[in-house]
Design a protein around this ligand. Structure first.
Ligand code: PEP
Ligand code: MN
Length: 366
């Protein structure tokens, strides 16, 4: 090689290293600014500041690069710094896996959800309809080893004329039956004004799909000491879903469990489409336990077994499903709830019968 070129290239090599050193120094300062912005809640993107820097640089530019080239080079640097700041801010989210946070294990009485424990099962009717229906279901679920009983007292319904739930009376019925059969009670809260009543009767507060971004409700439930099951919204992105969980953690409630329940897609043969990647990603990105509601996902009884297998294969910490003494006469979700024969076959087919330890309780008189 021409010795002159070699000398010039050597100079370039030295300059490259100097530029790299300066860029790294600059990035460290940008990170420090980003941290302060995150702490004060201010935005990482400041277009006015960027414009000022570009003006200063072009004013000082003596060539040979054109002003446009200088601008585009520095814009790249600004973007790279911004990316660093945003990545760093993500790490500081309370839901984040960053900093090697261990799996959150949520305790509901003696039941542990999350971590390396065996996947749990939440089962029960869609809605609490009557004392008889709940007693019948609770007794049989307990006899099969189910520990977490679900049943809605406040029902979010599309049609305002359809059954809306029994309200506080439903909460009382659920509590009584759960106490009788040693079950923990999971029920939906739809309105922050019902918090006191729900806290009095319920062991796990469920936030339903339709309320996933009801930020007032999230903040109120975030201040509760009860564990929360947060369902994914009908059309919520994974990011929106985990940010909703962040509200709960931010308000001080660490006992948050996520629940994928299917999302709305163009597919009409299922009620919703179970998003298994969301389960895997929620497990990967957050330290929270993740449930899959197989009933509302498919909206079809014939999919309950395969969807449960898929959910467990992808790492779900628990499954939620609906069981009713006589689904044909249920006041909601008739098509998708299981009767007890179907439930027994379901337990067998999914392997849950081996995971559950049945307890015997005296049969209530029905
Ligand atoms: C429910 O579990 O009772 C329910 C209404 O589900 P979702 O909020 O997921 O529709
Ligand atoms: Mn239902």
């Amino acid at each position: 090689m021409e010795p002159k070129i070699r000398t010039l290239r050597d100079q370039i090599d030295v300059l490259n290293l100097e530029i790299l050193e300066k860029l790294s120094q600059r990035a460290a300062i940008a990170e420090a600014i980003g941290e302060l912005q995150t702490q004060t809640g201010s935005s990482h993107y400041d277009p006015v500041r960027e414009q000022e820097m570009l003006d200063t640089l072009t004013a000082a530019n003596e060539g040979p690069f054109s002003d446009a080239t200088v601008k585009s080079l520095f814009k790249q640097i600004f973007q790279a710094s911004m990316h660093l700041e945003v990545e760093q801010a993500k790490k500081s989210y309370l839901i984040s896996r960053a900093e090697d946070r261990p799996d959150t294990v949520v305790r509901v009485g003696e039941i542990e959800v999350g971590g390396n424990g065996s996947p749990v099962l939440i089962a029960g009717p869609c809605a609490i309809e009557s004392k008889e229906q709940v007693e019948f279901t609770a007794e049989r679920l307990a006899s099969r080893g189910v520990k977490l009983f679900r049943g809605g007292a406040y029902k979010p319904r599309t049609d305002p004329y359809s059954f809306q739930g029994l309200g506080v009376e439903g909460l009382r019925i659920g509590r009584e039956a759960c106490d009788r059969y040693g079950l923990k009670f999971v029920a939906e809260i739809m309105d922050a004004r019902d918090l006191a009543a729900c806290e009095e009767h319920v062991d796990v507060l469920q936030i339903g799909a339709r309320n996933m971004q009801n930020f007032t409700l999230l903040r109120a439930v975030g201040r509760s000491s009860k564990p929360v099951l947060l369902k994914r919204g009908l059309s919520a992105t994974i990011q929106e879903w985990v940010m909703a969980a962040e509200y709960l953690l931010y308000e001080g409630n660490p006992n948050v469990m996520l629940c994928e329940r299917g999302i709305r897609t163009y597919e009409p043969t299922t009620r919703n489409t179970l998003d298994v990647s969301a389960v895997a990603l929620a497990k990967q990105e957050t330290h929270l336990p993740v449930f899959v509601d197989v009933t509302h996902s498919g909206g079809r009884r014939d999919l309950l077994v395969p969807l449960t297998k898929a959910a467990l294969a992808v790492g779900a910490d628990g499954i939620m499903t609906e069981v009713h003494p006589n689904p044909a006469v249920a006041l909601s979700d008739q098509k998708q709830q299981m009767d007890f024969d179907t439930f027994d076959a379901y337990l067998e087919a999914t392997g849950y019968h081996k995971k559950l330890t049945p307890e015997r309780h005296e049969v209530y008189g029905f």
